[in-house]
Write a protein that binds this ligand. Structure first.
Ligand SMILES: [Zn+2]
Length: 375
């Protein structure tokens, strides 16, 4: 079943013969709209007054789901130009990326997805950023040459990249972009590469043995680049340095934050002895329990609980904000945590010797002491 956009990609409006095939569902002739197939999203648009909600290939037929019923007859059908331009631009850009990757870098395309936010191409091998940048540069050459995107039929020579996208057609349509790409494809494209504009690869992600490259072309590539430039501008302002110095500045800040964290911990650890003395003594069962509720770096809670447990020859319970740590030589620490959590709620657990976790809310020392005193 030939589609109008295969041979006449510029035609976005024409009269069609409508046949109803289900509730709010019709087929049309000629086929003006691209259905959801081959990794490319379906077109939107209108048939007469009816708006298209979805287009799927069902048992070899292209079925349009509308927002209202439509009687059989002839209607003017119009493609949503903006959406078609976006999907056709991204899709044609994908042909160029896949063609260059295969011919010049021996990277086979094993999957394609054109999303409404960005597109992805899955390559069979690991792709380094250096290679991605070279593919981008060569793609720009193909765009600048303004090569026609040609359609031929039943060219058995062309290797179908169809293993990643089911093509339900009674004819094999082959798309050729000069010497850069030739593949069996059912999608909608722009008429020539000059209409694509810049093609940018924004992200590389490891997928099994290969790499998933996220890309955008045309106006959307520009918008994405502008958004990223704005972020860099913001970062430059905050860091007070040039773009090229941002990684080093950021690295330095991270190291400084780590150093300060260690310093804070060191200063607190000097105070731990005093904090042990400030613990309130409670008797739970027949065991002494020292309780500390107050400010403390999370990393030191278990250390302080251990020191209190040792000093009391019993158990130590430390709560800082919603963090809790328990250490015990006499009672079951995990059991004590459960007892506290049965009133306050929270997560965590441990062994008879030590337990830690989080409480659902901060707890005052008085309340904690009351809970521990309960039988
Ligand atoms: Zn295609």
């Amino acid at each position: 079943m030939k589609r109008l956009y295969w041979t006449q990609p510029d035609v976005l409006e024409t009269e069609v013969e409508v046949v109803t095939v289900g509730p709010n569902q019709v087929t049309i002739d000629p086929i003006l709209f691209h259905p959801e197939e081959g990794g490319q999203p379906a077109d939107r648009g209108a048939i007469g007054e009816a708006l298209i909600k979805d287009i799927q290939v069902v048992d070899g037929k292209i079925v349009h789901t509308l927002d209202r019923p439509l009687a059989n007859g002839r209607y003017v059908a119009r493609v949503d130009k903006e959406r078609r331009l976006y999907t056709a631009t991204q899709h044609t850009a994908q042909h160029i990326l896949s063609g260059i990757a295969a011919a010049q870098f021996s990277l086979e395309t094993v999957g394609v997805h054109i999303g409404l936010e960005s597109g992805t191409v899955d390559f069979d091998q690991k792709v380094e950023w250096e290679v991605a940048e070279q593919i981008e540069r060569r793609a720009l050459d193909v765009v600048t040459l303004d090569i026609p995107v040609e359609t031929t039929f039943n060219d058995t020579d062309a290797q179908a990249r169809s293993r990643f996208g089911q093509i339900e057609a009674d004819v094999i349509r082959v798309v050729r972009i000069g010497a850069f790409d030739k593949s069996a494809c059912c999608g909608a494209h722009v008429p020539s590469t000059g209409q694509i504009g810049v093609i940018r690869i924004f992200d590389l992600e490891t997928k099994k043995q290969g790499t998933r490259a996220s890309f955008l072309a045309g106006a959307r590539a520009l918008e994405r680049s502008q958004a990223e430039t704005a972020i860099l501008r913001e970062l430059r302002k905050m860091a007070g340095c040039a773009t090229c110095d941002l990684p080093a500045t950021f690295q330095k800040s991270l190291e400084r934050a780590k150093e300060l964290g260690k310093e804070v911990e060191r200063i607190w650890s000097l105070r731990l002895g005093d904090l042990v003395k400030s613990a309130e003594m409670v008797t739970a069962g027949s065991s002494p329990v020292g309780v500390y509720v107050g400010e403390l770096p999370r990393e030191l809670a278990a250390v302080l609980a251990g020191m209190i447990g040792e000093a009391t020859a019993g158990a130590g319970v430390v709560v800082s904000d919603t963090n809790i740590a328990i250490s015990s030589r006499t009672l079951d620490a995990g059991g004590l945590l459960k007892k506290i959590q049965s009133t306050v709620g929270g997560k965590g657990g441990g062994s008879p010797k030590s337990a830690n976790g989080r409480l659902n809310r901060p707890v005052a020392r008085g309340e904690l002491v009351d809970i521990l005193r309960r039988p």
